[in-house]
Design a protein around this ligand. Structure first.
Ligand SMILES: [Zn+2]
Ligand SMILES: [Zn+2]
Length: 302
């Protein structure tokens, strides 16, 4: 065998590998005895595969984006995560605080409602049904699907339902504690909007001249306030770094969540301590001057 075909270290400083070293035969022997599929080799190949699979979940063409936790948005480093049965990716940190049973969830829910009433000076006097469900049901009821593992924040983890005066909050099973709090406050803000905002008055103030424009204006107001409310809540309970991360993620978004949040943050600056809130959109109607929504809608449609 020529030197160029053999690993240099097998030549022992000479030009050629010694004839008595039968490397090809050895390789065949090892392969036949399973040495090509030992646990280490499998682990290496598996890690590679995981990354390919995660990449496939990405809906943005060929651009490679690091896989991220479906709950907190943190990048996943390749080993420290779990993949749930429905494909969702959950980092170890989120897994450690995941809320898996309904009783635990109901307790957290009650605490959030209490604090919301205190922080925002509101009362919730609506009968509510609380349900836990999987990500597919949430996605189909919310009307769209965000690919899992894609790190596209804020993925919908819950859904507020309002059917013939019956209100229900659905939340995704397996959600970590902070993501659950975020979702509960977001959805309860929608519930509050549905009982507190006078629909006729709302339509009169925020009518944009066409159905499409009015619908977008309404989404910006509803979602913007819900996002503001959840992030403000997280700051008020002292979860500053989580709140700041959510704030940074939402700022980047150019949809009704991002645009709406910026608008609400401008009018109701976030209080990042545990101080009392004097100015909140829960206490003001209309919460945002109609003229400002009008100029945003105008810019989008022009
Ligand atoms: Zn996470
Ligand atoms: Zn919402």
């Amino acid at each position: 065998m020529e030197k160029k075909d053999a690993a240099a270290y097998l030549c022992f400083g000479k030009d050629q590998k010694p004839a008595y070293l039968k490397t090809e035969g050895l390789k065949r022997f090892l392969a036949a005895n399973g040495y090509a599929s030992n646990p280490l080799t499998k682990a290496r190949k598996a890690r590679k595969l995981e990354f390919i699979d995660l990449k496939r979940n990405e809906d943005q063409g060929n651009e490679w984006t690091a896989a991220a936790c479906d709950f907190c948005g943190q990048p996943i480093n390749g080993v420290s995560y779990q993949q749930l049965a429905d494909g969702r990716i959950r980092c170890n940190e989120c897994a450690a605080s995941a809320i898996e049973d309904l009783e635990e969830f109901k307790q957290l829910f009650e605490q959030c409602i209490q604090l919301m009433q205190d922080f925002y000076q509101v009362t919730f006097q609506v009968p509510l049904e609380i349900r836990m469900t999987d990500s597919d049901e949430i996605a189909s009821r919310a009307g769209f699907r965000t690919p899992t593992g894609s790190g596209k924040k804020i993925r919908v983890l819950g859904f507020a339902q309002n059917q013939d005066g019956k209100r229900a909050v659905l939340i995704e099973n397996g959600s970590p504690r902070l993501a659950s709090i975020d979702t509960i406050v977001h959805e309860m803000t929608h519930i509050w909007q549905s009982v507190s905002w006078n629909e006729m008055e709302f339509a009169r103030l925020y009518g944009m001249g066409s159905k499409k424009k009015t619908k977008l204006a309404s989404l910006i107001l509803h979602e913007g306030m819900a996002v503001w409310s959840a992030i403000q809540f997280l700051y008020l309970i002292g979860e500053t770094s989580y709140a700041a991360r959510q704030e940074a993620l939402i700022e980047e978004r150019k949809d009704e969540y991002g645009l709406g949040f910026l608008l609400f943050r401008k009018h109701f600056p976030l209080v990042k301590t545990t101080d009392f809130l004097y100015r909140t959109p829960f206490r003001l109607f209309p919460p945002i001057p109609p003229q400002e929504i009008r100029s945003i809608i105008h810019a989008i449609f022009s």
